[in-house]
Design a protein around this ligand. Structure first.
Ligand code: PDD
Length: 281
């Protein structure tokens, strides 16, 4: 069944949606995106996503094309028109369309595109097997731009190797997964995750999960760690908007703990979903 999508002010069937071939999102990846989860037909973590959207746009010299309330209304309208109970909403804002030029034009009309991806998000998590790969992305990974070629390449390579995802490594330390933040848990129960910087995306799920862990009196250390240290962990997991907290069972062929999802990630996932449901709007 065809979805209803949003493009530049109009809700249209997906077959009728189009943007210009001169769009700078298409030609230069001159665009910012967000992916927001939907549970019980409601939008999760809206405040976090819209705050990061505004920051990302600002970092590349763009403003918001409309107010947060108007954007939220479009999200809600898409959920309604597509009768979606659970899944993701993808939002992309580009600088707009103009003849190709490396210099960023000023005051273009931005392109705004949103679409839904219905899928079950809240089922049992079976856990992932990951492989490490060099992080070949650019130096401003804190900005959520649509230039996802490197992430797409490492994920595809991981799948080719029969695994689920890649953990990217730079200067000997894990940065993040192809589209998620990563964590390890020590034998003492301490959660270690890479500190925020230009090297990783400040995950909205990461922020909530760390807050929940803190409230549960778990010890947290935000610092870089190596693949070798991760392989010695009793548990590992990743977080992202549409996968919440997902256990990682194997890193570069080394099984963690007893090779099944660990108690820390399981508990964090349960509480995260519970809270996300309550706070959704
Ligand atoms: N990806 N790191 C990277 C590189 C990501 O692409 C993402 C999200 C995250 C987690 O951020 P959040 O918790 O805010 O979803 C970390 C989205 C889900 C995607 O590209 O589909």
């Amino acid at each position: 069944m065809s979805r209803t999508v949003y493009v530049n002010g109009a809700f249209v069937p997906e077959e009728e949606a189009s943007v210009s071939i001169f769009d700078r999102g298409f030609l230069f990846a001159d665009a910012i995106y967000e992916v927001t989860a939907v549970i019980d037909s409601k939008i999760c973590e809206w405040e976090g996503h819209v705050a990061r959207l505004e920051r990302s746009l600002g970092e590349i010299g763009m403003g918001m094309p409309m107010s947060s309330e108007e954007l939220l209304e479009i999200h809600r309208e898409l959920v309604k028109r597509n009768d979606m109970e659970e899944g993701a909403i993808y939002l992309q804002i580009t600088r707009g369309a103009i003849d190709r030029d490396f210099v960023m034009p000023k005051d273009l009309e931005q392109t705004v595109v949103l679409f839904t991806q219905a899928k079950k998000l809240t089922g049992e998590k079976k856990g992932l097997r990951v492989v490490s790969m060099p992080d070949i992305r650019w130096a401003r990974r804190d900005i959520k731009t649509v230039q996802l070629l490197a992430a797409s390449m490492v994920k595809t390579e991981a799948k080719k190797q029969g695994k689920d995802d890649a953990w990217m490594v730079e200067d000997g330390f894990v940065t993040e997964g192809s589209s998620n933040n990563t964590y390890i848990v020590t034998a003492e129960g301490k959660i270690i995750t890479r500190n925020l910087s230009n090297s990783i995306l400040p995950g909205i799920t990461r922020k909530s999960v760390l807050r929940i862990a803190e409230e549960m009196k778990m010890e947290i250390e935000e610092r870089p760690y190596t693949i070798e240290e991760a392989q010695k962990a009793t548990e590992a997991f990743m977080t992202a908007a549409t996968s919440f907290v997902t256990p990682v069972l194997e890193i570069d062929g080394v099984e963690l703990g007893d090779g099944t999802p660990g108690p820390v990630s399981k508990r964090l996932c349960e509480v995260y979903i519970e809270e996300a449901r309550k706070a959704s709007c």
